[in-house]
Design a protein around this ligand. Structure first.
Ligand code: CU
Length: 155
């Protein structure tokens, strides 16, 4: 009887070890939402982030003067995923996070400041091929998005 206990402990240690190592592989990246009082720029920092599938992005409100959010472009995220939109973040230090499980590119913007160029990109694993983007459903595209900043990057 007494020799069964160490065997069970060893098995448990193996299980715990596997759990810890897989959790350690998933990374978290912080993107700050910022405002430059001198230039008037409103921006995500960094604007482009490269992560691996299973990683999490935390958007952190780092601007005491303006409210920001995170909203996906419904036609500039991978097919098979759903458009995401965070709450409006009004307090300094407020945050919103999302874990990305599907590879490809996710373009997003801050809804109040899209016209001011507050846009970002998350690349999960690798960049999307043009045909891999999601087809938006009718009525989803309530407002346009410009390509003048070269976000598509496939030409
Ligand atoms: Cu904003």
């Amino acid at each position: 009887m007494s020799n069964r206990y160490p065997a069970a402990m060893a098995a448990l240690a193996l299980l715990l070890g596997a759990a810890v190592s897989s959790a350690a592989m998933a990374a978290t990246t912080v993107v700050k939402m910022k405002y430059d009082e001198d230039s008037g720029d409103l921006y995500f920092e960094p604007a482009k982030v490269a992560i691996e599938a299973g990683d999490t992005v935390v958007w952190l409100q780092d601007d005491a003067d303006n409210e920001h959010n995170v909203a996906a472009y419904p036609d500039l995220i991978p097919a098979g995923t759903q458009p995401f939109e965070s709450q409006m973040m009004t307090r300094l230090g407020e945050s919103w996070s999302m874990t990305f499980d599907v590879e490809s590119s996710y373009f997003y913007h801050c809804h109040p400041h899209e016209a001011a160029g507050m846009k970002g990109l998350i690349v999960v694993g690798r960049e999307s091929l043009p045909e891999e983007f999601r087809r938006p459903e009718t009525g989803e595209m309530s407002h346009g998005h410009g390509d003048e900043d070269g976000h598509h990057g496939h030409d």
